[in-house]
Structures are given as C-alpha cells and as structure tokens.
Design a binder for this molecule. Sequence first.
Ligand code: HEC
Length: 130
Amino acid sequence: MALRISLLCLTTVLLLTAGRASAAPPVGIPEQGRPIFEARCASCHGPQGRGDGPQAPFLSPRPASLISAGTSVKTDAELLAVITNGKPRTSMPAWNGLLTEQERRDVLAYIRTLVRFHPHSPTPPPNGHH
Ligand code: HEC
C-alpha cells in the first residue's frame, strides 16, 4: 500500500517536471527580479523605478519613470524587447547575454509590481455629463 502511494507521488512529480520543461516562455517572478533590479537597474531608473537613480542627472536623455503611464501601457513583449536589445540613442543597455530570458522576465515582473504598489490617485468626481 505504502509503495503504491509513493509510486503515485513519484509519477506526479515526474509529470509536473515534464510540464515545466515544455517550450512555454518562462513566467516572471517579481521576488527574483527585485535583487536584479536593485543591482543592475536602480542606478539609473531609481530604487522605485521613478527615473531618479544616482546616475540619472548625468544621462541624456534621462531614464524615464518606469511607473509612468507611458511605460505601463506597453506590453510585456515591447518592454522585454527594450530590456533585451537596449534602446537606441539612449544609455539603456542591451541585457541580452548579461541576463537570461528568465531574469529579464523576472525584472519586468518586478517593475510591474512597483506600479501596483504605487497608490492610485483618487477617482475624479463625476462631471455630470452622461
Ligand atoms: C545606464 C543607465 C541605465 C541602466 C543601467 C538601465 N537603464 Fe533602462 N533605460 C535607460 C534610459 C536612458 C532609457 C530610455 C528612456 C526611457 O525610456 O526611460 C531606458 C529605458 C528603459 C525601458 C523602456 C521604458 C519605455 O517606456 O519604453 C525599460 C523597460 C528599461 N529601461 C528597463 C531597464 C531594466 C530592467 C534595467 C536593468 C536590467 C535597466 N533598464 C537598466 C537607462 C538605463
């Protein structure tokens, strides 16, 4: 009986492992992205992603705020492309080769949490036009 149960567990583990090894793109994990962001990105983009890192005053163009609406509306694919290939004519480096695809997704997932933790401005009062 005990043997049968442990065989069942083993099968489950094998199935889960096989599922994870499939070709689906890795899912970004914000907790793993945080140390990457702090080590590699915060010097320009600032600890909260507001574009106010210690290097920012010396850059032209300045790194924009990553929690701005302008960045937030961009898709994961668009932002991953910038992180992977850098941004032409800016100091934004290409991280391809320095960070794995998993790490680039992790750091993007962390950037998205910076936006969410930012308190939303109150909803504007209705203006009466319907
Ligand atoms: C040497 C300074 C510097 C470093 C380091 C840096 N960036 Fe940038 N980044 C910039 C600049 C400058 C831009 C272009 C202006 C902008 O769009 O903010 C930029 C742009 C971006 C954009 C595009 C924003 C948009 O709306 O198109 C993303 C995303 C981004 N950086 C993420 C990162 C991540 C993630 C890291 C760390 C792995 C990083 N950056 C490291 C300077 C830097």
